[in-house]
Design a protein around this ligand. Structure first.
Ligand SMILES: NC(=O)c1ccc[n+]([C@@H]2O[C@H](COP(=O)([O-])OP(=O)(O)OC[C@H]3O[C@@H](n4cnc5c(N)ncnc54)[C@H](OP(=O)(O)O)[C@@H]3O)[C@@H](O)[C@H]2O)c1
Length: 405
């Protein structure tokens, strides 16, 4: 179990279905328009990529991945699906780590269909579904056990930490049964634990690629921010109701924006950006640990960790901004998004490029093949990195000795 010392106990569900509709519709429409405008504006300032991977034409020849093992979290949809498919088509044994068995099986069916491979063909066995719900630390542990049972003695060559949500489900508690903030658990901590538990099974040249987001630029990973807890301490637990460690679980946002957010009781980019920034910091910290271990062993650096922003991609992630009963709005929003955004296949390119290139800086954060520099890098130093590392290990109930670098 995670240590929930500085986290508040579970709060009631954020809202009921019928409480959402009008406010949520207006807010999500405004949100969608603003975020599309920002992404489009960004794309004007960023140079176009020099390299993309895989180029469709030479995809069969440039990278044979036979005898390798790839794990992709959130592989049944969007960016993760495309990454899993690309690696399968190049010959890798691909483990689809999905929370829902039916959706995972459907993804396998679709990948085989798109690869013109019959389910009875021997090579279809290179696709394997192992269920993983990143929101639950127990599920992560069970996944690792199952992986080791299915692939005894085999090493992981590619680990794509891709599963994510942009909005906590309307009916989910703010805190998970492990006592962790919901989005923190889903987007980051579960996959942090996964990486730690798998680390003894990493190949010497493992590539760990996190699907982060430009949202990471809005985050605040700042040790100077104090722990704030407005409410009086709970009588039973003696903990402040809203006590969370600023810089780790909450972002500092302008008061007006904060006031608007509190009206609709939903997280939006506030929490999302924090988790996406943690993925970036994790890649950096992990890389430093890999490098140090390689140096101590007198080896050259071979293990590699990095994060990327996939772009504004037309995927199912945006459905999370609506309640399931808003079917018409969802259809309209999805149609608009499909029109404006890039396809999941295009969104997967930067991740695939990072997994195979020798041109990227290890431990860094990329948008296509361009390294991004985020505002919070200014306050990011060894001390903060250590603090984050300890905090994550503590929350995931991992010890330093559980890691193999
Ligand atoms: N789309 C964009 O514009 C965009 C932009 C920046 C970053 N990203 C990042 O890209 C990544 C992939 O998202 P996407 O856009 O491809 O969206 P998507 O199509 O919704 O895919 C997300 C995947 O994550 C899975 N997932 C969600 N919660 C999970 C959990 N608790 N346990 C295991 N799997 C879980 C989903 O499973 P279910 O199908 O079962 O829900 C799905 O397979 C995310 O990390 C997202 O933050 C996307």
């Amino acid at each position: 179990m995670a240590h929930s010392g500085s986290l508040s106990p579970p709060l009631p569900p954020t809202a009921k279905l019928n409480q959402f509709t009008l406010t949520w519709f207006i807010f999500s429409s405004v949100y969608a328009i603003v975020s599309i405008a920002i992404t489009k504006a960004f794309s004007y300032f960023l140079p176009q990529p020099k390299v993309s991977w895989p180029k469709v034409k030479d995809s069969q020849s440039n990278l044979p991945l036979s005898d390798s093992i790839t794990i992709v979290t959130g592989a049944n949809s969007g960016v993760g699906y495309e990454i899993a498919k690309a690696h399968f088509q190049k010959g890798s044994d691909v483990v689809l780590a999905c929370r829902n068995k039916e959706r995972g099986e459907k993804a396998i069916e679709d990948i085989l269909k798109e690869s013109n491979i019959s389910p009875s063909d021997n090579s279809s066995k290179r696709l394997r579904l192992i269920t993983l719900d990143t929101v639950s630390l127990d599920s992560v542990r069970a996944f690792v056990q199952e992986f080791k049972r299915c692939f005894p003695g085999r090493k992981v060559d590619y680990l794509f930490l891709n599963a994510g949500i942009a909005q906590k489900p309307y009916d989910a508690n703010r805190f998970t049964p492990d006592g962790l903030e919901y989005m923190y658990a889903t987007n980051f901590l579960g996959q942090f634990l996964l990486t730690g538990l798998l680390s003894s099974s990493f190949s010497d040249s493992i590539r760990i690629i996190s699907t982060s987001s430009q949202g990471a630029s809005q985050a605040k990973l700042d040790p100077k921010l104090a722990i704030k807890g407005p409410g009086k301490p709970d009588e039973k637990t003696n903990m402040s109701k809203y006590q969370v460690e600023a810089g780790f679980h909450t972002a500092k946002v302008p008061p007006v924006f904060d006031a608007i957010l509190s009206l609709i009781k939903l997280d939006l980019f506030n929490q999302y950006g924090q988790t996406k920034a943690m993925q970036v910091a994790f890649g950096n910290i992990l890389q430093n640990k890999f490098d140090l271990a390689a140096k101590e062993r007198g080896n050259a650096r071979r293990k590699f960790a990095a994060a990327f922003h996939p772009g504004f991609v037309a995927t199912n992630i945006f459905k999370g901004f609506f309640t399931p009963d808003q079917t018409t709005v969802i259809s309209i929003a999805q149609a608009i998004i499909r029109f404006l955004a890039i396809t999941p296949k295009e969104g997967a390119q930067a991740g695939l490029w990072l997994a195979h290139t020798y041109d990227a800086r290890p431990g860094a954060f990329y948008d296509r093949d361009i390294e991004l520099v985020l505002p919070w890098y200014r306050s990011y130093d060894d001390q903060l990195a250590d603090r984050l590392w300890q905090r994550w290990n503590n929350d995931a109930d991992l010890k330093e000795s559980d890691w193999t670098f």
